[in-house]
Ligand binder design. Structure first.
Ligand code: GDP
Length: 457
C-alpha cells in the first residue's frame, strides 16, 4: 500500500511538464528529482512507474520559506515522467486532462515555438491550470549563479544590466502569452492564478527558481483540486494507460497512471483496446524496486493494491491490443457491462469515422489522436477516418477508396507502418506522412495539396 498518498483530504495532484523540444523539460524534472533526493532524507521521493512522487514534507524542504507544509492538505505532487513524448501531454482521464496541473517550459532565449503553441492550446482546451517555467535564466549574459536559491534572492544579487535583460526576456514571454489569449505576469505579482498565468523564472541547470516553481505548483493544486480528487481508497480504480510494454517474465504489461480509487491484485479490469474494451484479470501489480534492492530476479516488486495517485505496472493476460492513452477501470463492485460501456464511450469519443471523402489519420494514443483531429479541423482538412494504431495495409486500402487525389493520403502521428503497408501505398499511389510533430504533418500535407493544385492549373 502506498502510504504516501494518504494525507489530509485530497489525493496527490498529477503534474505534467510540457513545452518545445530542447527547452528543458527533462532537465527540469531531473533537477526536481535531484533536489528532492538530496533534501528529502526524511520523506524521500518514491519512484513510480512512469511518475515520480514528491511528498509534501520534501516539497517543504526544497521550497524552504516559500512553502509551509501545514497550510496544505495535499500529500505532495506526482510528476508524470515522460515529457519528451509530446503525446503524453494530451493524456486524458474521463474526458478531461489526466494532469491536474501543468508546467509549460519556455526557454527564455527561444520564446514561444510551435510545440509551445500546441501545448498551450491543449492546456486551454482541457482547462488545465498551468504555470510557465521561464527556463535557462542562467544563460542570460553576466548572470551570477546562486544554486538552488529562490529566484528573488538570486535576482537581488544580479547587476542592473543583467536584471534589465532578465526583465526584457520575461516580458517577451508575457507578450507571447498575451498573444495566445492569456493574461500573465511575473508570478510574484499574480494574485489569481485562475485568470492569470504566473511566469516563474527558473534554471533547470542551477536550480535557481525551483523553490518558487514548487511553491506555485502547490498553490495551484491546492486552489484548483476538485472534489472528485478527494481520496477514495475504497472505490474501484480508474486510470489511463501510459504505455503498453513487453516485460520479461510478465508478458505484455500496462504502465498506468491511476488517478482515482485503488486497483487490487485480484481485480478484474476493463482496458481500452484496438478492437474495443478488453476484459481481463490482473495477474500482478508491480512497482519499481528501489535501486539498492535490485538483485537478479526482477526490477519490479509485487504489491497487493495501489491507491491513486500512482504510477503502476499491471500484468494481465490479453493485453496485446491495449492502446496507450486508453482508460483502465477496475470492475470491483460494479456491473461489468456498465464498466465496459464506460470504456467504450471514452474510446468512441475520440475515434472518428465520417465515411466522407477525406484523409486517413493514425496516432499512437487517444490523446494525440484528439489533438490531431483538432489540428486537422483548424486547417480545414477533412478526415475520412481517424483511429489509434500503426499504419496497416487496411489503412492503405481505405485511402484508395477516395476519388479526389488530394485525399489519397494517410497522416500518421508517432506511429510505424506495419507489414507491407509502405510498399502497398507506393504501388497504389497513396501518400503516407509520418512525424511526431503535429504541425509538421499538417504543413507537409498542405504542401502536397498545393503541389497537386499547381499541376492541375
Ligand atoms: P527537453 O527536450 O525539453 O526535455 O530539453 P532537455 O531537458 O533535454 O534540455 C535541452 C538542452 O538544454 C540540454 O542540453 C540541457 O542541458 C540544456 N538545458 C536545459 N535546461 C537548462 C538550463 O536551465 N540552463 C542551461 N544553461 N541549459 C539548460
Amino acid at each position: 500500500m502506498s502510504g504516501d498518498t494518504q494525507h489530509g483530504g485530497l489525493r496527490t495532484p498529477i503534474v505534467a511538464v510540457l513545452g518545445h523540444v530542447d527547452h528543458g523539460k527533462t532537465s527540469l524534472l531531473d533537477k526536481i528529482r535531484g533536489s528532492t533526493v538530496i533534501e528529502g532524507e526524511a520523506g524521500a521521493i518514491t519512484q513510480h512507474i512512469g511518475a515520480t512522487a514528491v511528498p509534501l514534507d520534501v516539497v517543504g524542504e526544497v521550497a524552504g520559506s516559500l512553502v509551509d507544509p501545514t497550510e496544505f492538505d495535499l500529500p505532495g505532487l506526482l510528476f508524470i515522467d515522460t515529457p519528451g513524448h509530446h503525446s503524453f501531454t494530451t493524456l486524458r482521464s474521463r474526458g478531461g486532462a489526466l494532469a491536474d496541473i501543468a508546467i509549460l517550459v519556455v526557454d527564455v532565449n527561444d520564446g514561444f515555438q510551435p510545440q509551445t503553441e500546441e501545448a498551450i492550446k491543449i492546456l486551454a482546451d482541457s482547462q488545465t491550470p498551468f504555470v510557465v517555467a521561464a527556463n535557462k535564466v542562467d544563460t542570460i549574459p553576466g548572470w551570477q549563479i546562486h544554486e538552488d536559491a529562490p529566484i528573488q534572492q538570486s535576482l537581488e544579487a544580479q547587476s542592473d544590466r543583467v536584471e534589465q535583460q532578465f526583465n526584457e526576456k520575461l516580458y517577451e514571454i508575457i507578450g507571447e502569452l498575451s498573444d495566445a489569449g492569456f493574461t500573465s505576469d511575473f508570478y510574484w505579482r499574480v494574485q489569481d492564478f485562475r485568470s492569470n498565468v504566473g511566469v516563474v523564472p527558473v534554471s533547470a541547470m542551477t536550480g535557481e527558481g525551483i523553490p518558487d516553481l514548487l511553491a506555485v505548483l502547490m498553490g495551484l493544486a491546492q486552489r484548483y483540486m476538485k472534489e472528485d480528487m478527494a481520496i477514495d481508497v475504497t472505490g474501484p480504480g480508474a486510470g489511463t494507460v501510459l504505455e503498453v510494454k513487453e516485460e520479461q517474465g510478465f508478458g505484455t504489461t500496462l504502465d498506468v497512471i491511476l488517478y482515482d480509487g485503488t486497483i487490487r491484485a485480484d481485480d478484474t479490469i476493463v482496458v481500452g483496446g484496438v478492437n474495443g474494451p478488453i476484459v481481463t484479470d490482473v495477474r500482478a501489480l508491480l512497482k519499481p524496486r528501489p535501486l539498492a534492492e535490485i538483485r537478479t530476479e526482477s526490477r519490479f516488486e509485487k504489491v497487493d493494491e495501489i491507491a491513486a495517485a500512482s504510477g503502476v505496472k499491471i500484468a494481465a493476460p490479453d493485453l496485446d491490443d491495449a492502446i496507450a492513452g486508453a482508460p483502465v477501470r477496475a470492475v470491483r463492485g460494479r456491473d461489468l457491462d456498465d464498466v465496459i460501456a464506460d470504456v467504450q464511450e471514452e474510446l468512441a469519443e475520440v475515434a472518428v469515422d465520417t465515411g466522407e471523402e477525406g484523409v486517413v489519420v493514425k496516432a499512437d494514443t487517444l490523446g494525440s489522436l484528439e489533438a490531431m483531429a483538432n489540428a486537422m479541423e483548424e486547417a480545414e482538412i477533412p478526415i475520412m477516418r481517424a483511429e489509434v494504431g500503426d499504419i496497416a495495409p487496411r489503412d492503405v486500402a481505405m485511402a484508395t477508396t477516395v476519388d479526389e487525389e488530394e485525399y489519397r493520403a494517410i497522416l500518421g502521428f508517432n506511429v510505424d507502418t506495419l507489414g507491407d503497408a509502405a510498399e502497398r501505398a507506393e504501388q497504389d499511389d497513396v501518400r503516407v506522412f509520418r512525424s511526431d510533430v503535429i504541425y509538421q504533418l499538417v504543413e507537409e500535407y498542405e504542401a502536397f495539396v498545393e503541389d497537386i493544385e499547381r499541376r492541375q492549373r
